[in-house]
Design a protein around this ligand. Structure first.
Ligand code: NAP
Length: 551
């Protein structure tokens, strides 16, 4: 998707608005959106609750936090200056490195002047009479804008289970998603960790050598795919610099928005020896390469998927010396891809340490947190520190935890109570001139590439509206119904549909009371982006016709 030319007319009323656009969030989405709107010559303001840019990479400062995607497709490619000057250091960049990158992006693209930090948005209300959004901060200030864009993130509303007695704990409590900026001193302490998703899996091997004892309280084991990390030297970086456009193009024609080769055979279609060789090669390459570059049917075919699941279980048993621990670490009642597979950096190896103890809480759960630890059935584990790596109210949480109020007082969280309805995950009927970057029902994909495409598309939509005198960009009901049906159809055809019992966040199944349905589009980022392009080239069909007569 290309950027539009500068808008030459202003359709929605702007004279009385404080800004043309208000963007919530200063992570990848907010920064990318701001830059694109600045290119259009619009007056925009970003608000963020944090003291700096970064979004996810600002908050998730837990030890071991790093990307599961490699550096060359975990970046924006739209700015020549950024591409040419920025040097990545690690194949899988660490949290401090990604944060430095986003700070660099904000500085290079001159974005800081348009960002207000330390400012949490609590409410955004559409004013039908004036066709403006009124956006209110936690301290009660209100600003108006013609357009409202959420860049609040897909996995940014932390979730912490309500476990009896937590407030009585006399030790320290941390949550990976809100790790203190000053760090946490875990040295020599008895640490309990709840959660073995991507966050928990990263923290284990990094803190294991530091703490006195680490108790990993595991409910559902994960299929953790080894990822080998290494330095990015100057030659590699230079090759990537020359190739950014091509890398991005390749990524946008891939189902997971990564610049990978697409495998042409299924796992069940080759001989056992050939299958083993291909899996082994994918495992050595690591991370998403195993999931995406080995066979073309691991997310679609149960028999093929079973071969992959079994291969990983064999790797776990080979790595973990204690047989009982290895068995507990092996997922058995849901398939590989039933949850988002985390990348591991010495995760299984950490269980060979004497001070790392795997505690099975599947049957009993944690009965209570006491003043000095946790009680699980008859067992009491004494702890100095308790860490929650318990995930997020994904895709919708940021949007439903604040009041986003559309036409006729309709609140977004109420609209979605009985099921998600969006147009391509970007816009919602009843919420004119409101756009979401990484909204629910956008693709399950490598996010920086998805974000770059999304901010380009939204800026084109805004330029289109302004150039064509369209006062309201508002999805039609029909387009939303069609997209909801497609999201359901595509998701149901995948192995991911089996993730409900394993509490997969992409199904909303990790949050008690949240309807279980596909919160992301599983039909492929490539298919999705093609559909977005078709919509844009057809005058943003489905994104404004419903509103023309009422705005
Ligand atoms: P997650 O995958 O949702 O994992 C949450 C963990 O907390 C699960 O092990 C879950 O157990 C456990 N948990 C939740 N409530 C519990 C309870 N009441 N008792 C015991 N255990 C409980 O969350 P995450 O690890 O933060 O990762 C979420 C997503 O964020 C990832 O899938 C990924 O997309 C993204 N992420 C990416 C990276 C990266 O790319 N490097 C790093 C971190 C996060 P159950 O499985 O039994 O529910």
């Amino acid at each position: 998707m290309k950027d539009s030319t500068v808008a030459n007319t202003t359709a929605a009323s702007s004279a009385e608005a404080d800004y043309d656009a208000i963007i919530i969030g200063a992570g990848f989405s907010g920064l990318g959106m701001l830059h694109h709107l600045n290119q259009l010559g619009l007056r925009s303001r970003v608000f963020d609750a944090a003291t700096g840019v970064g979004g996810t990479w600002y908050w998730n400062r837990y030890p071991g936090a790093r990307t599961d995607s490699e550096f060359y497709y975990y970046a924006f490619s739209f700015s020549r200056e950024v591409r040419e000057e920025w040097k990545w250091n690690e194949r899988y960049p660490s949290q401090p490195e990604v944060l430095r990158y986003l700070e660099f992006v904000a500085k290079k693209l001159d974005l800081y002047k348009d960002i207000t930090f330390n400012t949490k948005i609590t409410r955004a209300k559409y004013d039908e009479d004036n066709n403006l959004w009124h956006v209110t901060t936690a301290s009660g200030d209100t600003f108006t804008a013609r357009y409202l864009v959420s860049g609040m993130g897909a996995l940014s509303a932390p979730s912490r289970p309500d476990i009896k007695g937590v407030s009585s704990f006399k030790g320290e409590i941390y949550q990976t998603a809100t790790w203190p900026k000053e760090g946490a001193d875990l040295a020599g302490k008895r640490v309990g960790l709840i959660g073995v998703g991507a966050s928990g899996v990263q923290i284990v091997p990094v803190i294991a050598p530091i703490v006195k004892d680490l108790y990993v309280l595991q409910r559902t084991p994960n299929y953790v795919v080894a990822s080998s990390n290494y330095e990015v030297n100057e030659d590699w970086m230079n090759e990537i610099r020359k190739d950014y456009d091509n890398i991005h193009k390749q990524a946008t024609s891939h189902g997971f928005a990564v610049p990978f080769k697409k495998p042409v055979v299924g796992a069940k279609d080759v001989s056992p020896d050939e299958r083993e060789r291909i899996f082994e090669d994918g495992w050595k390459e690591g991370g998403f390469h195993f999931m995406l570059e080995t066979f073309n049917d691991l997310a679609l075919d149960e028999e093929s998927n079973a071969y992959a699941s079994d291969f990983i279980r064999r790797k776990i048993r080979e790595t973990v010396k204690d047989a009982a621990t290895a068995e507990l670490l092996c997922p058995k009642d849901y398939p590989f891809n039933g949850k988002r597979p985390p990348g591991g950096h010495g995760y299984y190896e950490a269980y060979n340490r004497q001070n790392v103890h795997l505690v099975d809480i599947r049957q009993n759960g944690i009965d209570e947190v006491t003043e000095t630890g946790v009680r699980i059935g008859d067992r009491h584990i004494e702890l100095d520190v308790l860490i929650f790596a318990t995930g997020f109210d994904a895709m919708t949480g940021t949007l439903t935890r604040i009041d986003i109020v559309g036409r006729d007082g309709l609140v977004l969280r109420d609209k979605w109570k009985d099921g998600l309805k969006t147009n391509m995950g970007i816009a919602v009927n009843g919420f004119p001139n409101f756009f979401m970057i990484l909204g629910p029902q956008t693709p399950y994909a490598n996010l920086p590439v998805a974000i770059q495409e999304a901010v380009g598309w939204v800026s084109r939509a805004i330029a289109f509206a302004d150039a064509n005198g369209i006062r309201c960009m508002e999805s039609t009901v029909e387009a939303e119904d069609a997209w909801a049906a497609e999201v359901h159809r595509a998701g149901s055809a995948t192995i991911m549909a089996k993730g409900a019992g394993a509490h997969a966040w992409f199904l909303g199944a990790n949050i008690p009371g949240k309807p279980t349905e596909f919160n992301v589009y599983m039909g492929g980022a490539d298919v999705y982006l093609k559909r977005c392009e078709d919509i844009a080239s057809n005058g943003f069909v489905g994104f404004h016709e419903g509103a023309l007569t009422t705005c």
